[in-house]
Design a protein around this ligand. Structure first.
Ligand SMILES: Cc1ncc(COP(=O)(O)O)c(C=O)c1O
Length: 264
């Protein structure tokens, strides 16, 4: 595609360089949002009419991220999608993060640490792959740092995680759309759409790699399969990926009748 072709899709905003904060919307996206608001305003909005757009969004993002569409949940914020992963990790799990990473990646795990459930270890971004060890259950990191654009070595990280039986959560909010990344080997991929994907606010995606045991996290209770690299017991799913991938996605899990602390 040439610049002439795509520049016609946008308003002329010379010098706009702030997609890392908020991406500029294509005119067609603004028109679609306005049409949806008009339909809502005039009492014509019907829930089922939104499904097609949610599904198209899910498929489009899955194609960019290199993950199967049926593993993708649609949500509204990264923090809201990371929260259930943090809360579904088994008690006593160790989470490795990059110091200074974006709050939506860090805080869900720090909140669980504050409750005494998890241990969060912060290291510098550059040291992250080498810091994965046999105690690490999950590594959570942004592929590109929000604060300064630094990139994690994803290949080295995936290799180290595989070697030590750790899972990887990768936030691709600041990379998806401009940095080609094959996320098919990543356990959890999260992404907010309002930056490089040029979506309105309130669009976010989570891909959960099928784990064999169907778990979102590693589960909170003992009594299930043991991870070969650790001897740790895995629990059952809090929400199986197939549930997450349904049309209402994560929001369908929210009214789950089982209180979060007691889900297995
Ligand atoms: C790396 C990263 N992740 C996530 C987000 C957005 O998070 P949330 O959707 O929770 O507001 C941002 C926004 O700046 C970001 O830079």
């Amino acid at each position: 595609m040439t610049q002439e072709t795509w520049s016609g899709w946008f308003e002329n905003v010379p010098g706009y360089l702030d997609s890392a904060s908020i991406g500029l919307p294509p005119t067609a996206a603004v028109d679609a949002v306005v049409a949806a608001l008009e339909s809502w305003r005039h009492g014509r909005a019907r829930p089922q009419d939104y499904d097609e757009y949610v599904d198209r969004g899910r498929r489009a993002w899955a194609a960019i991220a290199g993950v199967p569409a049926e593993t993708v949940a649609v949500g509204s914020t990264v923090s809201g999608l990371v929260g259930p992963i943090a809360s579904s990790l088994a008690d006593g799990s160790n989470v490795l993060v990059a110091a200074g990473d974006f709050t939506s990646v860090l805080f869900p795990f720090l909140a669980q640490q504050e409750q005494g459930r998890l241990t969060v270890r912060e290291v510098s971004l550059e040291d992250l792959p080498a810091s994965v060890d046999e105690h690490t259950d999950l590594v959570a990191v942004s592929a590109v740092q929000s604060a300064d654009g630094r990139r994690v070595d994803v290949e080295a990280l995936l290799e180290a995680a595989a070697q030590h039986g750790a899972r990887v959560l990768l936030d691709v909010t600041q990379s998806c759309g401009w940095l080609p990344l094959d996320c098919s080997r990543v356990d959890y991929v999260v992404c907010a759409g309002y930056k490089w994907l040029l979506c309105p606010r309130g669009v976010a995606f989570l891909a959960v790699r099928p784990q064999g045991d169907g778990a979102v996290g590693q589960g909170r209770r003992s009594g299930h399969a043991r991870h070969p690299a650790k001897g740790r017991r895995h629990g059952q799913a809090v929400c199986a990926p197939s549930r997450l991938a349904g049309p209402g996605c994560l929001t369908q899990c929210a009214p789950c009748p089982v209180p979060p602390r007691h889900r297995s």
